[in-house]
Design a protein around this ligand. Structure first.
Ligand code: S3P
Length: 433
């Protein structure tokens, strides 16, 4: 996001964390619902749609492609789809800060005749797009990049199904391929070595498409039409991660999160938090449109242990790694993250920024090309944290600030609005001084 109107948020040390909240809808699911509803036949309604700027970038792009979007006063989003045929957009498709919008939508439009130019902000313009150009061109689309990045132009037209083995664990790339496969001739099969988040699979099925799951593959037949759905978006577990980590920091902390997304492909985070000492209960589990939803009750850790996050695990909790690293100094055993090179090509270089900001707050930390090591048993002091306009960095260090001595100033705090505009208001109400 642009840094023209940078705001600083001050976070003071807290005594504990207490409260009960219902979080806005999951960002990943909201993107997929916005896109598929925009293509579908009929009018879809989404309660508890994400309030983050990113899924609203997806909605704006769908409007540019001919869908009708109405935002109701209670936040419900109503999307009337184009019924299978996109309109040629009058201008560029502006994805803002959202890599999900750019990568997944490129796949969705690729089988549709027309020329689609995608642009984004300064951060998105630095992010790698070759990873979607490869499979989409194998299917028959032409994708022009600017030195491997956006601005990106997709020349859409008839595509053929392919078999594709994902070289990197990325749900965005998987989604681009499945969305393109939906409009291709024949069947598209995607193999993934690491099973990334499967919201696209559930969303496609919710909109009426058939998919087949193999042991490590997923196939979609082309030429299927989508029908509108009425859905409630479950609370965002990646947003919850900040408050769950805050809860970990205080032995007497208590937090209740209602209507949370509990999709097993996202819940490795909960296993990590429990292994670090979080007391956790999930109640009232139910399934809607393939997504699990439940109430989470969390209590602080009597002993805050550490974590070793290596192998396949980083890919499953990629968005939660900054906050897990940021609380690393307060753990008994430290936090080690390896095999997480992807963190360097997120909204910022999240390895470099976590290291920089931990040092600003007085921590010792070791940086690796693919991760970092934060020794445990360290005290932090307040400081001036640079979010570099990255939402998850701004929020991660606000959590670290709760156990620091003195105040912490989070520069570029408004970046939180990319995924979680209510973050600071909720943090201030949950953290007891
Ligand atoms: C997302 C996948 C992840 C994640 C991003 C959302 C998704 O990206 O970091 O915030 O909704 O599919 P990658 O697919 O690039 O790992």
């Amino acid at each position: 996001m642009s840094s023209t109107a940078s705001t600083t948020e001050v976070v003071r040390p807290a005594r504990t964390v207490r409260g009960s909240v219902r979080l806005p809808g999951d960002k990943s699911i909201s993107h997929r619902y916005a896109m598929l509803a925009g293509l579908a036949h009929g009018t879809s309604t989404f309660a508890n749609f994400s309030t983050g700027a990113d899924p609203h970038s997806s909605l704006a792009c769908m409007e540019a492609l001919g869908a009708k979007v109405v935002k109701q006063a209670d936040g419900t989003i109503v999307v009337t789809g184009v019924g299978g045929t996109f309109r040629q957009p009058a201008g560029e498709l502006d994805c803002g800060n959202s890599g999900s919008t750019m990568r997944m939508l490129a796949g969705l439009v690729a089988p549709h005749p027309g020329t689609y130019t995608f642009v984004g902000d300064a951060s998105l313009t630095k992010r790698p797009m070759q990873r979607i150009k490869g499979p989409l061109e194998q299917m028959g689309a032409r994708v022009q990049l600017t030195d491997g990045h956006a601005p990106m132009t997709v020349h859409g037209g008839p595509l053929r199904g392919i078999g594709f083995s994902a070289p990197i664990a990325s749900a965005q790339v998987k989604t681009a391929v499945l969305f393109a496969g939906l409009g291709a001739e024949g069947t598209t099969t995607l193999h993934e070595a690491v099973r990334t988040r499967d919201h696209s699979e559930h969303a496609l099925r919710a909109f009426g498409a058939e998919l087949e799951r193999g042991r490590d593959s997923i196939s979609i037949r082309g030429g299927q039409q989508l029908q509108a759905v009425q859905a409630t978006v479950p609370g965002d577990l990646s947003s919850a991660a900040f408050f769950l980590c805050a809860t970990l920091l205080f032995p007497d902390a208590q937090l209740v999160l209602d209507d949370m997304g509990m999709n097993p492909s996202r819940s490795a985070l909960l296993d990590v938090l429990v292994s670090m000492g979080l007391k956790l209960q999930v109640l009232n589990l139910e399934e809607k449109h393939g997504e699990l939803i439940g109430t989470v009750q969390a209590n602080g850790a009597p002993v805050l242990k550490g974590a070793e996050i290596t192998g396949d695990l980083p890919a499953l909790i990629i968005d939660e790694l900054p906050v897990l690293a940021a609380i690393g100094p307060y753990t008994r055993d430290g936090v080690t993250i390896r095999n997480a090179k992807e963190l360097r090509v997120k909204e910022s270089d999240r390895i470099a920024l976590v290291v920089k900001n931990l040092r600003v707050m007085g921590a010792e930390v070791e940086e690796f090309e693919d991760g970092l090591h934060v020794p445990g048993g360290q005290a932090l002091h307040g400081g001036v944290v640079d979010s570099a306009d990255d939402h998850r960095i701004a929020m991660a260090f606000s959590v670290a600030a709760l156990r620091a001595t003195g105040e912490t100033a989070i520069q570029g705090a408004e970046a939180a609005a990319i995924s979680f505009p209510e973050f600071f208001t909720l943090l201030h109400s949950l953290a007891q001084e």
